[in-house]
Write a protein that binds this ligand. Structure first.
Ligand code: UD1
Ligand code: CA
Length: 454
């Protein structure tokens, strides 16, 4: 039986108080809608349509997902009207699953159970018992306990409002029946809208069995209508990811203090201290240790590598047993071989550094190719930018660079060379030997410091 998915995302989301369309607000670093689409795709639907209205062009552009069938709902006349707009884009056969773009924690298992029920020719609805049902549609059951309809809060009697079983909103139905029910919808209700929820009464009337399913975990049905709700969702989302990492054997100093905004994969015996943020694709090899307060974006760290606190790594790859930080900053294009040490207040950009090389303190290595077993002294700077163009610095194996050296690119330092402290290197340095730029030390006995004028 084929499954097709419709995601409703036309609403404005006024309570976000933002110019950004509601479904683009990020959860785990990605638009909420992208999370919903990803979950829906776990069910391998043959078609996936998204109904958009407010900020439609922005949504299409930001999602940049050519596999989505975009459906425009010019006027938001209700959830039933929204689904109706999508029908012409779907096959008349099979099952249709309806999701909300602002309910991003919904789990694929929950959706599958609804889709399976609908595949039997039934209408499947998702309901939940809640302590505070305010604002939701209520599930109305008949004397024998069967669902007979859903009543919206604004249309409900006092007795109906007391019902604590609410309509989560997500439903699945046979496509052919859904089309018939939607065609017959009216808008004679408190909000003058075409309610999707009215298909429940229609199903009851034509004796279509109505199956009720519940979310596997309570937070799945949380919606994000305001920044406050979004913040709650974000914490729930992050706690989920932390739990998955713990289940995979990762040591987290505090599962409440890690944020994964992308994809984090870890080998065995990885440990992560508090307040770390992982963005994009991050891969940590066996035994990697990440200190407190680090930010890693698009980073691959080899086995045994250690990142000490307060380091910011981006677009960086290391071999095994590298050591970075504390306070290391690596920028895109950084490739460190096995055993490289990048110490405090060292910035590396677009550079390859060979095995066992070290830059332990206060240095800038940019647009450089550094060989193996090189020592870069404190305060050393590759002057890669002449104000208009960037140039490369090449430092061959076994070079020793003293403190406070400027390497004015383009320049090559030959294998095994030693450069004395304070040198300004503007020409290629031959292999071996010592290179220095002489500065004479002068002392002036009796010289007086200036004093402050009164
Ligand atoms: C809806 C349900 C209610 C349920 C609640 C759960 C109806 C009539 N009511 O109410 O039973 O308890 O969700 O959150 O379905 N949308 C469109 N086009 C429209 C209207 C809505 O795309 O014309 C989208 C919204 O962007 C949103 C979703 O549908 O993602 C739900 O709409 P919303 O206005 O939030 O519905 P509720 O009134 O909360
Ligand atoms: Ca809502």
């Amino acid at each position: 039986m084929t499954l097709q998915v419709v995601i409703l995302a036309a609403g404005q989301g006024k309570r976000m108080r933002s110019d950004l369309p509601k479904v683009l607000h990020p959860l785990g670093g990605r638009p909420m809608l992208a999370q919903v689409v990803e979950t829906a795709r776990l069910l391998s639907p043959t078609k996936l349509a998204v109904v958009i209205g407010h900020g439609a062009d922005t949504v299409i552009e930001r999602m940049a997902d050519p596999r989505i069938a975009w459906v425009r709902q010019e006027q938001q006349l209700g959830t039933g009207h929204a689904v109706q707009q999508a029908l012409p884009h779907l096959d008349a056969q099979g099952t249709v699953l309806i999701l909300y773009g602002d309910m991003p924690l919904i789990a694929s298992g929950t959706l599958r159970s609804l889709a399976d029920a609908a595949a039997q020719g039934h209408l499947a609805i998702l309901t939940q018992e809640v302590a505070e049902p305010k604002g939701y549609g209520r599930i109305v059951r008949n004397a024998t306990g069967r669902v007979s309809r859903i009543v919206e809060e604004k249309d409900a009697t006092e007795a109906e409002r007391a019902v604590r079983e609410i309509n989560v909103g997500i439903m699945a139905a046979p496509a052919a029946k859904l089309a018939g029910w939607l065609a017959a919808l009216g808008n004679d209700n408190a909000q003058g809208e075409y309610y999707l929820t009215d298909i429940v009464a229609a199903a009851a009337a034509d004796a279509t069995p109505i199956e009720v399913r519940h979310p596997v975990s309570a937070h799945e049905s949380l919606g994000a209508n305001s920044k406050a709700e979004l913040a709650i969702l974000e914490r729930a989302f992050q706690m989920n990811q932390a739990r998955k990492l713990l289940d995979a054997g990762v040591t987290l100093a505090d599962p409440a203090r890690i944020d994964v905004r992308g994809e984090l994969t870890c080998g065995r015996d990885v440990s992560i201290d508090v307040n770390c943020i992982f963005e994009g694709r991050v891969s940590l090899g066996d035994g990697v240790r990440i200190g407190a307060n680090c930010i890693l974006r698009d980073v691959t760290l080899g086995a045994g590598t250690e990142v000490l606190p307060f380091s910011h790594l981006e677009g960086t790859q290391t071999g095994s047993n590298a050591r970075l930080g504390p306070y290391a900053r690596t920028r895109p294009g950084t490739k460190l071989a096995d055993g490289v040490h990048i110490g405090n207040f060292v910035e590396v950009k677009a550079s390859e550094i060979g095995a066992g090389s070290k830059a332990n303190h206060l240095a800038y290595v940019g647009d450089s190719t550094v060989g193996a077993n090189v020592n870069i002294g404190a305060g050393t700077i590759t002057c890669n930018y002449d104000g208009a163009n960037k140039h490369r610095t090449v430092i061959e194996d076994d070079v020793h660079i003293g403190s406070d050296v400027q390497l004015v690119a383009p320049v090559t330092v030959g294998k095994g060379a030693t450069i004395a402290a304070g040198a300004t290197i503007t020409k290629d340095v031959p292999p071996g030997g010592l290179t220095l730029t002489e500065k004479k030390q002068v002392s002036k006995p009796g010289w007086q410091r200036p004093t402050k004028k009164k």
